[in-house]
Ligand binder design. Structure first.
Ligand SMILES: NC(=O)c1ccc[n+]([C@@H]2O[C@H](COP(=O)([O-])OP(=O)(O)OC[C@H]3O[C@@H](n4cnc5c(N)ncnc54)[C@H](O)[C@@H]3O)[C@@H](O)[C@H]2O)c1
Length: 385
C-alpha cells in the first residue's frame, strides 16, 4: 500500500493521540509536528519520536511530504490553519470545533469542497463500536421511533478557581466554553446515533467559577496549577448549561453540560427512548450498552465482536471482556478517514461514522442557537441552516 505522510499542528493534550492513532494504521508516516515556536516544535517532535519539528504551521504546510494535516491547535487557530492547509491541497483532519464561529465553519465547508480533498472533524465518540451498534439498532427499528433523547456530558477538571484553560478566554476558545467544548460532542452523538437533526433549543447557561487564576505561561488541557504564578481574571463564558431540545421528527430531549461537576471525569451519557425500547451508552463505561424493555428484563450488551452486528464488528478489535477505550475509538475514526485518502481521487464520501465539515458547521450552529436562546432569557430558538 502507498504510504501517506501526516503532519500535526498543535501537540498539546489531544494532538499526540492523533499521532498514536495514525501510527496504528501501519501505512501512515508521521512526518512532522508544528509547535508555536521553534523550540516547542523541536521539543514536541523529539518527545513524540517524530523526525521533523517545525516552529510554525506554515513551515509544516511547505513540507511536500505532508499530505494530511491534523489541526489540534486551540480553537482560535482552527480556521487559519485549516484554510491554509486546504489552499495547499492537503487533506485535513480538524479537531472539533471545526472553527470558532459558524461563519468561519461555513467558509471551510466551501473551501474543502473546492479543494476536492478529504476533510473530516474528530467527533470521535462516533468511533466506539457500541455507539455504532446503537446506531445500527435504531436504523433497523429495534427500539421503534425515538421520542426522547437525554443525557449529559460532565467533567470536573475546571472546578477550582486555580484551574485554567484557553477555553475560558473568548478570544482563544470562542463565545462558549462548556457547550462548545463538550456540548458539541453530545449534540453530534445524539444526531449521529438517531439520524435525527436538532431543530430548536432552549438554553440556560451559568458561569459557576466567575474568577479564575490565569497562569502567566502556557497551560495545556487537564494540567493543574504548578507554580502558583498568575493573576485572577473575570470569566465570561459558561462552565455549566442545561438545554431543552427538539428534533426534526418531533422527538424531545434535554441534556446538561458542565466542567465543574466533581467526580465526573469525562462522563458523556446518551439515552435514546423509542416506542419499543431504550438504549443508553456511557463513555466512562463504554464497553457496555444498556437496553431497556417494558415487558422483559433489561439487558446489558457487552462489547464483544461476536455479539455485534456485522457492520459494527470491525470497530471492535479485541474479544469480549478485553476492554477497549477512548483511544481505540479515536483510531477507528482515523482508519476510516485514511481508507478514503488511500483510495485516491476522486475521493469517495466519508462513511457515516466520520463527521464531515458540514457536520462541524452544524455543531457550531447549534451552540450559537443555545447561546442566543440563553441571552433571550431562555426562549425557544431555531437552529440556523
Ligand atoms: N476530540 C476530542 O475529544 C478532543 C479532546 C480534547 C481537545 N480537542 C480539541 O483539540 C484542540 C486542542 O485541544 P487540547 O486540549 O489538545 O489543547 P492544549 O492546550 O492541550 O494543546 C494545544 C497545543 O497547541 C499548541 N499551539 C498553540 N499555538 C500554536 C501554533 N500557533 N502552532 C502550533 N501549535 C500551537 C499549544 O502549544 C499546545 O501544545 C481544541 O480545539 C479542542 O477543542 C478535542
Amino acid at each position: 500500500m502507498k504510504r501517506i505522510g501526516m503532519g500535526l499542528v498543535g501537540a498539546g493534550f489531544v494532538g499526540p493521540h492523533h499521532i498514536d492513532a495514525v501510527r496504528r494504521l501501519g501505512f501512515v508516516d508521521v512526518v512532522a509536528v508544528a509547535g508555536s515556536s521553534d523550540e516547542s516544535g523541536r521539543g514536541k517532535a523529539e518527545a513524540l519520536g517524530v523526525q521533523k519539528g517545525y516552529g510554525s504551521y506554515q513551515a509544516l504546510l511547505d513540507d511536500p511530504d505532508v499530505q494530511v494535516v491534523h489541526n489540534a491547535t486551540p480553537n482560535y487557530l482552527h480556521y487559519e490553519v485549516t484554510s491554509a492547509a486546504l489552499a495547499r491541497g492537503k487533506h485535513v483532519v480538524s479537531d472539533k470545533p471545526l472553527a470558532m464561529t459558524a461563519a468561519q465553519a461555513k467558509r471551510l465547508v466551501n473551501e474543502a469542497q473546492r479543494a476536492g480533498v478529504v476533510a473530516a472533524v474528530t467527533f470521535n465518540y462516533r468511533g466506539n463500536p457500541l455507539v455504532q451498534q446503537a446506531r445500527l439498532a435504531i436504523v433497523r427499528g429495534d427500539i421503534g421511533t425515538p421520542h426522547f433523547l437525554h443525557g449529559y456530558y460532565l467533567q470536573d477538571w475546571l472546578i477550582k478557581d486555580t484551574d485554567y484553560s484557553w477555553r475560558l478566554d473568548p478570544e482563544k476558545g470562542g463565545a462558549s466554553s462548556a457547550l462548545g467544548d463538550i456540548g458539541s460532542h453530545w449534540c453530534d452523538l445524539a444526531q449521529h446515533v438517531t439520524g435525527l437533526r436538532i431543530t430548536h433549543v432552549l438554553g440556560d447557561i451559568a458561569t459557576v467559577v466567575k474568577k479564575r487564576k490565569k497562569p502567566r505561561g502556557l497551560r495545556e488541557a487537564f494540567q493543574t496549577e504548578v507554580d502558583g504564578d498568575g493573576e485572577f481574571v473575570d470569566i465570561r463564558v459558561e462552565d455549566l448549561a442545561s438545554v431543552l431540545v427538539r428534533f426534526d421528527n418531533g422527538a424531545r430531549g434535554c441534556f446538561s453540560v458542565g466542567q465543574v461537576c466533581a467526580g465526573h471525569k469525562n462522563d458523556l451519557v446518551l439515552e435514546v427512548c423509542g416506542r419499543k425500547a431504550s438504549l443508553r451508552w456511557r463513555q466512562e463505561a463504554q464497553n457496555e450498552l444498556w437496553v431497556g424493555h417494558r415487558d422483559t428484563a433489561n439487558e446489558v450488551l457487552q462489547k464483544d465482536p461476536s455479539l455485534l452486528d456485522a457492520d459494527a464488528r470491525g470497530y471492535a478489535h479485541l474479544p469480549g471482556g478485553h476492554q477497549e477505550a477512548w483511544a481505540d475509538a479515536f483510531c477507528n475514526l482515523m482508519r476510516e478517514i485514511y481508507r478514503c485518502i488511500a483510495e485516491g481521487p476522486p475521493y469517495a464520501s466519508l462513511p457515516p461514522m466520520v463527521a464531515t465539515f458540514e457536520d462541524g458547521f452544524r455543531a457550531n450552529r447549534i451552540v450559537d442557537a443555545i447561546l442566543e436562546s440563553a441571552a433571550d432569557g431562555g426562549a425557544w430558538t431555531a437552529v440556523g441552516k
